[in-house]
Each structure stands twice: as structure tokens, then as C-alpha cells.
Design a protein around this ligand. Structure first.
Ligand SMILES: Cc1cc2nc3c(=O)[nH]c(=O)nc-3n(C[C@H](O)[C@H](O)[C@H](O)COP(=O)(O)OP(=O)(O)OC[C@H]3O[C@@H](n4cnc5c(N)ncnc54)[C@H](O)[C@@H]3O)c2cc1C
Length: 407
């Protein structure tokens, strides 16, 4: 018998397990992971960006907390997670710039360290950056809709990191520090959660084996909704979380004699972003046309014919940023407000959820794991009380926490 079954062994499951034990949880934990290794899905496929620049207070608080946690990870866990604090740089056209200027006091008040950068200074942060369009011929300007960059928003505390390492470390650390209290079973796919008269009873594995437990914590990322559907949770009691493909490209650096290995994660026209990957760059963009589904097939042409064009416009020599590698993974998008769902299900006792991170789960994992652990152990969020607002009931009560700065 187990006290709690955790479904899904990514960074969210790992952080939840680690924080549960650190909070003094006395029960026995079973982690069930469908793959033959932990953290092989979205966690290891992500861009590893972490920022505290958000439109909602809850995301600012969660990421300020998480940045500190990851900054100190090596000291606390004895292992490097590739944490590089080179910042985030968002660039803006005239039409949006005033909103950023007006919002700066909110970031200042929340303790988000941001600077507004004039366009001519951006090249001091990203070499050879071209904010204006003077270098472009009329033919190009006819084919692509771009405007001059009038300002940059630079978040110095933001960083990049390798999300797989903390995910695996949370599990390893918990096994070592709390021997006999945690079993991790790989190649175990949960088919459904057993829900009886509004209560959790356990889970059923693919193949039919039942495992009983007092509580279930669902941390299955983009597959969470599918598991609830299999468990006969009706649509109106379920969660608005869909899988959506996101693709990353590793490309050569611009060929102009400058190095790009210390630049911030930089967001340019139409949401195209890039960040260093050794001497290369990782480039991404959340395609707004992408339909929900479990396919993760990457397309070369999306980068070559579309994203790279914006890079060429902004950085001299970016036509040489040719693809070295590419892959697709899944965002778990909460279509209601693009924020996580963290808490106990309002209709099923002892069914806890921590999912729907909408592309910002790796960076929020420390705060999310801590908060769900407090909900399970203490009945409410204690350290970061704002996280209480991400409860599941908000969807049907229409108390949405809309996040607008999503990439
Ligand atoms: C291309 C891309 C770029 C991204 N960039 C960033 C970024 O820069 N910063 C950021 O913070 N986030 C980013 N994300 C999002 C981030 O990866 C996720 O929010 C985060 O990894 C979520 O962690 P998770 O543990 O919930 O999900 P996952 O890592 O997907 O873990 C869920 C686990 O559940 C398991 N599972 C699923 N179904 C079952 C089942 N039936 N039974 C048992 N186990 C099951 C899966 O195998 C998986 O291991 C990105 C994602 C993608 C795809």
C-alpha cells in the first residue's frame, strides 16, 4: 500500500516528491513513469529558459522564488544544472512599447529587476543587432511585415538551465535521503485513476493491474487530460489542458566575427527567440497556427523559410545560422488562461493536480512542487500564498488568471 501515487516522472513530479519529503511528509510514495527513464519528455525537450518577467503577479512570485532555488542548486544538491544568468531581452515595436514603459513600475514593485534599453544600445548586449530597417531593400520589406525596434526590456536575473538535471536529481536525492519511503517504477503507464463516489482509490496500469493509494498526484504534463478522460471524468469537471507541439532548432551562430555564447535569451520579431547553446544558438517560436495533438514531428522549412528571415533582418550574418539539429516536444497548454493548475480537484477528494504549465513549467517547477507539497501536507499554500489562485476551481468560477507574456 502507498499513501500517494505520483503519475509522471518529469520535473514537476520530481519537485513535488522532493518538496513533500522536505515538508515532513510521513507517507510512502510511489512514482509511476511510462517511459524507460525519468524526465524524457517535455522536461528534457525544453529550451531551459527561466524568467521573472510576466504580466501576472503569481508568475512573477513563482519565478523569483524558482530562480533563487536554481541559482543555489549546485550548492544545495552538489550538482551543476548549467545555470547561466545572462538575462532575457524582449524587443518591441512602437505599437507595444508604451505598454512596457507603463508596466515597469509593476515589475519594480514586485522585485523584478528590469531595465529599459534604447534601441542603439541593444547591440552592446546582442552583437551586431540592427534595430532599424535601413539595411533592407524594398523587395524584402514587401514580403515580410516588420517595424523598427524602438526599445528593449532587459531582465538581468533571468537565466537558462538544463531542466533534466534537477528533475533527475530531485528523485535521486529523495531516494538517498529517505530510504524505503519512495519507489520509482519505470515502464509503467497509468491507464486511469480509480475514482469512486467522489474519492480517489488508486490507479489502474495499462494491462489492468490495480494499485491502491489514499492520494494520487497527477503530474503527467501534456498527457494529464488524457488520463482524466480515461478515468471517466466528465468534460465539465475536467481541465482545459491540450498538448501542442513546439519545435526547437540548434543552429550555427551568425557569421560576423562576434561570439554569441553569453547573450541573453533574446525575443525578436513575431516571437522568434534564440539563446546560446555552447557556441551555437537554440532558436524557437510558439507557432500560433499549431493545432492541438500529440505529434512532435519538426519541420525544417518552418525555420529556413520563416524564422531565419527575422534573424537575418536583425543580425548581420544570420543567414549562416544553419540547422544542426531540431526536435519537437509538447507544451501542456491551459487554453483558459495559460497558467498552471495547482491544487486538489474540487470534485474528487485526494486527487491532486500540478499540470497545464503552458510552456513555463520547467522554470516554475521549484515553486510549483513546493506549493503542491504544502497543499497536500498542510491543506494550503504557505510559502507563496499567491499560488492558491491557481486552484482548479478558478476555471469554472471564471476567476481566470490570464498570463499575456507567453512565448
Ligand atoms: C520545445 C519546448 C520548449 C520549452 N521551453 C521552455 C522553457 O524555456 N522554459 C520552461 O520553463 N518551460 C519550457 N517548456 C515547457 C516545459 O518543458 C514544461 O512545462 C515542463 O517540462 C513540464 O514538466 P512536467 O513534469 O509537467 O512534464 P513532462 O516532463 O512531460 O513530464 C510528464 C511525465 O509524465 C509521463 N507520463 C505521461 N503519461 C503517463 C502515464 N499515462 N503514465 C505514467 N506516466 C506518464 C511522461 O512520460 C513524462 O515523463 C518547453 C517545452 C517544449 C516542448
Amino acid at each position: 500500500m502507498y499513501d500517494i501515487i505520483v503519475v509522471g516522472g518529469g520535473i514537476i513530479g520530481g519537485s513535488a516528491v522532493y518538496h513533500l519529503f522536505e515538508k515532513g511528509y510521513a507517507g510512502k510514495v510511489l512514482v509511476l513513469e511510462r517511459n524507460n527513464a525519468l524526465a524524457q519528455e517535455s522536461t528534457s525537450l525544453c529550451a531551459g529558459g527561466m524568467r521573472n518577467i510576466w504580466s501576472t503577479e503569481v508568475n512573477m512570485k513563482m519565478t523569483i522564488y524558482s530562480i533563487e532555488h536554481f541559482k543555489n542548486f549546485r550548492e544545495n544538491f552538489g550538482i551543476s544544472i548549467g545555470f547561466e544568468q545572462n538575462g532575457y531581452l524582449f524587443t518591441y515595436y512602437e505599437k507595444n512599447w508604451q505598454d512596457i514603459v507603463d508596466f515597469k513600475p509593476v515589475w519594480d514593485k514586485a522585485g523584478v529587476n528590469v531595465e529599459l534599453i534604447p534601441p542603439e544600445d541593444i547591440k552592446n548586449i546582442v552583437p551586431n543587432f540592427r534595430p532599424d530597417l535601413k539595411h533592407l531593400g524594398k523587395d524584402i520589406l514587401k514580403t515580410v511585415s516588420v517595424s523598427p525596434i524602438v526599445g528593449g526590456l532587459f531582465g538581468k536575473d533571468c537565466a537558462i538551465f538544463n531542466a533534466t538535471t534537477p528533475a533527475q536529481t530531485y528523485f535521486d536525492f529523495s531516494k538517498d535521503k529517505y530510504p524505503g519511503r519512495i519507489d520509482i517504477e519505470l515502464n509503467k503507464e497509468v491507464e486511469k485513476i480509480i475514482l469512486d463516489e467522489g474519492k480517489v482509490k488508486g490507479i489502474v496500469l495499462r494491462g489492468g493491474k490495480e494499485i491502491f493509494a489514499d492520494k494520487v498526484l497527477l503530474t503527467a504534463g501534456a498527457w494529464s487530460r488524457q488520463i482524466l478522460d480515461n478515468s471517466d471524468v466528465p468534460d465539465d469537471l475536467s481541465i482545459p489542458v491540450v498538448p501542442i507541439k513546439r519545435v526547437l532548432y540548434v543552429v550555427l551562430p551568425p557569421l560576423n566575427g562576434d561570439k554569441y555564447n553569453k547573450i541573453p535569451l533574446t525575443v525578436i520579431d513575431d516571437g522568434v527567440y534564440f539563446r546560446p547553446e555552447g557556441d551555437n544558438l537554440v532558436v524557437g517560436r510558439a507557432d500560433p497556427e499549431q493545432l492541438p495533438g500529440f505529434s512532435t514531428e519538426p519541420r525544417r522549412s518552418y525555420y529556413e523559410d520563416f524564422m531565419n528571415l527575422y534573424m537575418q533582418i536583425r543580425i548581420k550574418g544570420a543567414e549562416y545560422c544553419r540547422i544542426q539539429n531540431m526536435w519537437g516536444g509538447l507544451y501542456a497548454i491551459n487554453t483558459a488562461d495559460h497558467n498552471a493548475l495547482i491544487g486538489e480537484h474540487p470534485d474528487f477528494d485526494n486527487l491532486f493536480l500540478c499540470t497545464g504549465f503552458s510552456g513555463h513549467g520547467a522554470m516554475e517547477a521549484p515553486a510549483a512542487g513546493l506549493s503542491i507539497a504544502e497543499i497536500i501536507e498542510c491543506g494550503k499554500v504557505e510559502t507563496l500564498p499567491e499560488v492558491q489562485s491557481l486552484n482548479i476551481r478558478r476555471i469554472r468560477d471564471k476567476k481566470l488568471i490570464e498570463e499575456t507574456i507567453v512565448i
